[in-house]
Design a protein around this ligand. Structure first.
Ligand code: NAD
Ligand code: GLY
Length: 359
């Protein structure tokens, strides 16, 4: 087992990494308080891993709650179901939730933990690549509102994160690749050597070679930890993690969240942001195509489908919650490994970059 400490003032926590950790009964007890335990999972992940986790928790009495599977269920109603269950089992302040699943289960369960009795303990057991390298670390929790993704939420850091990379063995290829988009993003925003490593080892990564996958998870978590330590509540540098997300969210909302997985939309968004950076003269020509080439090796889309309207996407961008009145606040690139936050892109450059990115 390897451990990365997220050493935040007052509420630091460990991220444990390793194969088979879910069933490692030495991993859990240190992070559990005396109170009730409610494990939240979904109907896809529970049949695969719930028994393993419950066995590792051994002699502790556990309640379980299974949510329906899908981003469309990341709602206030399902958050309420977790709270109802906590009330039903008379959970006290020293109770804890364990989120077993991908980012959807992690975000919604984390938000319930943030709110129940003004905050109880949550342990994250992420089972998708995307949630292992990104969503489970850093304390962003929340649910979607009909008017927008992640519009309701809170910062609430977990008590521990237990990443069992063996759970990825059952993850469908498309979901695995979507997680790789966030891994590539991690290199693009601040770790050139990692980006180079991903290029050099793309075949092993695409083939899910265990050593390569364990390495990229650890390096991504270390990078995210460094950013969260500097800026827990996204007052500054943490916003760099949103590279590709503003364009990505516009694509997701324009396609009613049905066409792209989150990571796929981020892949297209990242390349669009790089094309805009080139157009603005911020980075060298060829930057976008280098990023696109790597993403293609992981079967990720990099262009905006031609049937989506430029104007519609541009309008959706302006609704993004990260848009500010002074101008659309975007993460742009000076180079691979050197991202900046910039609100000075003229509207016509943004529209041109969308056009450049359309098939
Ligand atoms: P997800 O939770 O929907 O999981 C993807 C699919 O994989 C689901 O069908 C799930 O049931 C299934 N699955 C999970 N683990 C599996 C396994 N081991 N084997 C087989 N199937 C498995 O999606 P995701 O990509 O994990 O997370 C996306 C969510 O995360 C979005 O809601 C996004 O907003 C959120 N997110 C949050 C943060 C954060 O900082 N909190 C960061 C990035 C993304
Ligand atoms: N996924 C973006 C963040 O954690 O800030």
């Amino acid at each position: 087992m390897r451990t990365i400490d997220i050493d935040l003032p007052d509420h630091g926590y460990p991220v444990h990494l390793g194969r088979g950790l879910l069933q490692d009964d030495s991993c859990w007890p240190a992070h559990l308080g005396d109170g009730e335990i409610l494990v939240v999972s979904n109907e896809t992940v529970a049949p695969l891993y719930l028994d393993t986790l419950l066995q590792a928790l051994g002699n502790r009495q556990c309640e379980t709650l299974l949510l329906p599977d899908g981003e469309q269920f990341k709602t206030v109603d399902n958050w309420q179901r977790i709270l109802d269950r906590l009330v039903e089992i008379r959970a006290r302040r020293d109770a804890q939730l364990i989120a077993l699943g991908g980012g959807v289960v992690g975000d919604i369960t984390g938000f319930a933990a943030a709110c129940y009795m003004r905050g109880i303990r949550i342990l994250q057991a992420p089972t998708t690549l995307l949630s292992q390298v990104d969503a489970s670390v850093g304390g962003k929790t929340g649910v979607n509102h009909v008017k927008g993704k992640n519009l309701v939420g809170a910062f609430h850091q977990p008590a521990a994160v237990v990443i069992d990379s063996a759970t990825l063995d059952t993850l469908p290829a498309r979901e695995f690749n979507a997680g790789l988009a966030e891994v590539v993003k991690c290199g693009v925003i601040g770790d050139t050597a990692f980006f180079d490593w991903l290029e050099e080892n793309a075949d092993e990564v695409a083939a899910r070679d265990e050593k390569a996958v364990d390495y990229l998870i650890e390096r991504s978590v270390r990078n995210k930890a460094a950013i969260v330590r500097k800026d827990e509540k996204e007052a500054g540098v943490r916003a760099l993690l949103n590279l590709g997300h503003t364009f990505g969210h516009a694509l997701e909302s324009e396609t009613a969240y049905r066409r792209f997985l989150h990571g796929e939309a981020v892949a297209i968004g990242m390349v669009t942001a790089a094309r805009l950076s080139e157009r603005r003269g911020l980075c060298d020509g060829g930057t976008a195509s280098r990023i696109a080439s790597l993403l293609r090796r992981f079967d990720l889309p990099v262009d905006i489908p031609g049937d989506l309207g430029v104007q519609e996407i541009a309008n959706a961008l302006m609704l993004d919650k990260k848009a500010v009145s002074a101008g659309l606040r975007l993460v742009l690139l000076k180079a691979i490994g050197d991202a900046v936050i910039d609100a000075s892109s003229p509207h016509e450059d943004i529209v041109s970059a969308i056009n450049d990115s359309r098939l």
